[in-house]
Design a protein around this ligand. Structure first.
Ligand code: ZN
Length: 222
C-alpha cells in the first residue's frame, strides 16, 4: 500500500494531509433510499487523515463488521484557510476537484444510529476514504453540472448529477467554515447521489467524474 499524497494535474503537492470534512444526505434521493429524512441543514462529519488512501491502490475493506457500502462523491482539495468565510473566499479556496469513496460500514452505522451514538467507527476507520488524483479547478468548468458515476462489475450503480445537490458546493464550504476551520490540505466530500450498496472482495469498480476523471480499482477484504 502507498501513502496517500495530494496530487493535482499529475503533480505531487507539498501540502499537509489534513482532515476530511463530509456532508451526509446532500442529495434528496440518497436520503430517501436509506429512509432518512431530507435534512433542513447539512449533516456534517469528519474522517481523519488516516482514513485517506490513494484511489489508484486496490481498496481493502474490513471483513468483520458487516456490510461495507460504497458512496461515490465529488471531493474538493482546499488550498487556503477558510473560517467564517464568504462565497467568494470559498470559491477561491478550491484548489482541485476529484472523486472519493465515503466507505461506510452500514450495519455498524445503523446500530450506532439506533443507540444515538456517533458514527466514527462506521465511517472514519483506516482506509475509509479512497481518494483520487485531483484536477485543478480551472479545468473543471461548472462544478454544479458534473456527472458522478460508479460501475461495479460491469453494472452502473450510481449515476448522479451535482446539479441535484441540496446545498451547492460553495454554500456548503461557507456553512462548514462556521463550524470547522478548513486548512490548506484539507479535503471536503460533497455527498453521494443515490444507488449506494455493498462491496464484496473481488469487485471491480470503475468511477468517473464527467469526462474529467476516470479510475478503475478492485476490492479486497482484510
Ligand atoms: Zn457520504
Amino acid at each position: 500500500m502507498h501513502m496517500y499524497r495530494h496530487i493535482v494535474d499529475g503533480r505531487k503537492l507539498d501540502l499537509p494531509i489534513g482532515k476530511v470534512v463530509c456532508v451526509g444526505r446532500n442529495y434528496a434521493a440518497h436520503a430517501r433510499e436509506l429512509n432518512n429524512p431530507v435534512p433542513t441543514a447539512p449533516v456534517l462529519f469528519i474522517k481523519p487523515s488516516t482514513s485517506l488512501s490513494p484511489m489508484a491502490d486496490p481498496i481493502t475493506i474490513p471483513s468483520v463488521h458487516g456490510e461495507c457500502h460504497f458512496e461515490t462523491e465529488m471531493s474538493l482539495l482546499i488550498g487556503s484557510t477558510l473560517k467564517n468565510c464568504d462565497l467568494k473566499e470559498a470559491q477561491n479556496a478550491i484548489l482541485g476537484v476529484g472523486l472519493s469513496l465515503d466507505l461506510t460500514l452500514r450495519e455498524l452505522q445503523q446500530e450506532l444510529k439506533e443507540k444515538g451514538l456517533p458514527w466514527e467507527k462506521a465511517k472514519a476507520f483506516d482506509g475509509a476514504c479512497p481518494t483520487s488524483d485531483f484536477i485543478s479547478i480551472g479545468q473543471c468548468g461548472d462544478l454544479q453540472t458534473q456527472q458522478i458515476m460508479l460501475n461495479q462489475n460491469g453494472e452502473v450503480r450510481q449515476n448522479g448529477s451535482t446539479s441535484d445537490m441540496l446545498m451547492p458546493i460553495v454554500d456548503l464550504l461557507v456553512y462548514i467554515s462556521q463550524f470547522f476551520t478548513l486548512l490548506p490540505g484539507d479535503i471536503v466530500l460533497t455527498g453521494t447521489p443515490a444507488g449506494v450498496g455493498p462491496l464484496q472482495g473481488g469487485d471491480r469498480l470503475a468511477l468517473s467524474l464527467s469526462d474529467l476523471l476516470h479510475f478503475k480499482t478492485e476490492v479486497y477484504t482484510s
